[in-house]
Design a protein around this ligand. Structure first.
Ligand code: ATP
Ligand code: MG
Length: 193
């Protein structure tokens, strides 16, 4: 199993670069944000719970999020060759849970692609996206909350993975193709593929 985590603040381009990674490495894509938005759109029980957190710029509680992820991993045969984790983990607890889930499969997080983008650029991108996405969390007030949550709960993972030796810092500004070239080069150097 070859597993990549794509990591970065809201609006850093995780979804966009995931598309490139899936086709290049033949990995299965798990975007927790997309899973939650799909549940909201279908009006499921999970969707109703998720909506209250997402619209308020908060994270879904760890227990719930971890069980959702475990369920996907258990029930998706296509995930057995490897996964690109997009939007998970977002807390140290989630990272610990992911480590265990992968260890049970004799696997690990092979690389963490960290898209680094400064805050003004993030806000610009998210406001632009909000004009088309219709997402309840892409408005200035909620964007500011999400960035705060990112700094307090998610950013510490950068050090966590740095210590594990898997964190690959990538400058997340420039063309989509240019950024993908940097990602490929960093993965090649780290993992030899
Ligand atoms: P990007 O623009 O880089 O793709 P994003 O932050 O806009 O990132 P998503 O990853 O799609 O968006 O997540 C949207 C929301 O879903 C989060 O703000 C959060 O409320 C919820 N969410 C997604 N993943 C998790 C998670 N691992 N733990 C808790 N909540 C999550
Ligand atoms: Mg996304």
């Amino acid at each position: 199993m070859f597993n990549i985590v794509i990591f970065g603040a809201p609006g850093s381009g995780k979804g966009t670069q995931s598309e490139n990674l899936i086709s290049h490495y033949g990995l299965f894509h798990i975007s927790t944000g997309e899973v939650l938005r799909d549940n909201i759109a279908r009006g499921t029980e999970l969707g109703k719970i998720a909506d209250t957190y997402i619209s308020d710029g908060k994270l879904i509680p760890d227990d719930l999020m971890i069980s959702i992820l475990a369920d996907i991993l258990d029930n998706t045969p296509e995930a057995k060759n490897g996964v690109i984790f997009d939007g998970f983990p977002r807390t140290i607890n989630q990272a610990g849970a992911l480590k265990e889930m992968l260890a049970e499969r004799g696997a690990r997080v092979d690389a963490v692609v960290g898209l680094e983008v400064d805050e003004d650029e993030l806000i610009d991108r998210l406001i632009k996206r909000g004009k088309e996405s219709g997402r309840s969390d892409d408005n200035l007030e909620t964007i500011k909350k999400r960035l705060k949550v990112y700094h307090s709960q998610t950013q510490p993972l950068r050090d966590y993975y740095m210590k594990e030796g898997t964190y690959l810092p990538i400058k997340g500004v420039g063309t989509v193709e240019g950024i993908f070239e940097s990602i490929k080069a960093a993965i090649k150097e780290k993992c030899g593929k």
